[in-house]
Design a protein around this ligand. Structure first.
Ligand code: PLP
Length: 353
């Protein structure tokens, strides 16, 4: 097997996304999707874009979308890069900013796509162990590396690094890129975007998949100084000129402009998260404080694996990572209040049984 595979990919272990069940209806709390539909304005924009114009290629520069994103974040359009989901944006950034032979650093417990990109691109990397309580040992990220990647809030722990620490890391790494993945920052963390004007080595990567209910449209973007963004464009234009199709361009622009809907849905999710945290703690769960649209939980009386299976049997999907240090934990996405009540009730049943 793998007879005709290139040497580059023979040993590559790809990223495994959470299950997308097709056989039965589950309460889906396993991939951090948003339980609320996209804004009605987004659906209207997609309808309007779904016409004879699809005959033509989309705008390769995503001009209107970048303009809208720039306005929203108080930046210039040349400080914005748009791609086909932030996974793609992250991949292009890794290729653009990290050099083989110079070690990229990121935590041992973080988004598991990072080591896949470094392996795919032949980059050296070091996984820095998080502290016992899953906080980040900031001093280990201060210099002597070929770049750093920090997911903030971190996945799957939900823990947040304060901006003062991000600043320390940026200050100590002036000659390399510090990439901050803010896939979940809209759910209560302070964004590093405000540091972009001060730090030419900072790239912030965002997605519309979580806080804007658009996982199905594949829209992600990177923000940073114009020279860094030109670097990402150089890679993108050497790979795929049109990463975003016409429907995604229209949807993304409408989503970023509908601030009211965004505020309303993200606030609902944060409130549900706090209620769920209280309830699960009453059931004896250890629940880390989270600034994301998921919580990371463990129970002293049941293993992570048993809990995941028990929940699955009761129609609730959550994510369990069979990995050292975190195999007693579940990552549970925040759904609607009703979803979370069902989830808590299922947990109560499992714990009694
Ligand atoms: C979900 C997620 C992404 C990717 O999101 P896209 O759907 O590809 O935009 C990136 N980083 C982290 C940490 C995520 O959890």
């Amino acid at each position: 097997m793998k007879q005709f595979w290139s040497e580059r990919i023979k040993d590559l272990v790809p990223y495994t996304p959470g299950e997308q069940p097709k056989d039965r209806v589950f309460i889906k709390l396993n991939t951090n999707e948003n339980p609320y539909p996209p804004s009605p304005k987004v659906l209207k924009a997609i309808e309007d874009a779904a016409g004879e114009g699809l005959r033509l290629y989309p705008d390769p520069e995503a001009t209107a979308l970048r303009q809208a994103i720039a306005e929203y974040h108080g930046l210039k359009p040349e400080q914005v890069f748009c791609g086909n989901g932030s996974d793609e944006v992250l991949g292009l950034c890794f290729y653009a900013f990290f050099t083989p032979g110079k070690k990229v650093v990121f935590p041992d417990i973080t988004y598991s796509f990072y080591p896949v990109y470094t392996q795919l691109f032949g980059l050296d990397y070091e996984e820095i162990p998080l502290n016992e309580d899953f906080t980040l040992p900031v001093e280990k990220f201060l210099g002597s590396n070929g770049g750093a990647v920090i997911c903030n809030p971190n996945a799957p722990t939900g823990r947040t690094l304060p901006l003062t620490d991000i600043r320390r890391i940026l200050d100590a790494n002036p000659d390399v890129v510090v990439l901050v993945d803010e896939a979940y920052a809209d759910f209560g963390a302070q964004s590093a975007v405000e540091l972009i004007s001060e730090y030419p080595n900072l790239v912030v990567v965002c997605t519309m998949s979580k806080s804007r209910s658009l996982a199905g449209m594949r829209i992600g973007y990177a923000l940073g100084n114009a020279d860094l963004i030109a670097g990402v464009n150089c890679v993108k234009n050497s790979f795929n000129s049109y990463p975003l199709d016409r429907l995604a361009l229209a949807a993304g622009e409408a989503a970023i402009r509908d601030v009211e809907y965004f505020e309303c849905t993200r606030n609902s999710i944060m409130q549900t998260r706090e209620r769920t945290t209280v309830h699960l703690r009453e059931l004896g769960f250890r629940v880390h404080d989270s600034n994301a649209n998921f919580i990371f939980i463990a129970h002293p009386a049941k293993s992570g694996k048993e809990l995941q299976q028990g929940l699955r049997d009761r129609g609730v999907l959550v994510r369990w990572f069979n990995k050292p240090r975190i195999d007693q934990y579940l990552r549970v996405s925040i759904g609607t209040d009703a979803d979370m009540e069902r989830m808590c009730a299922a947990c109560e049943e499992i714990l009694k049984g």
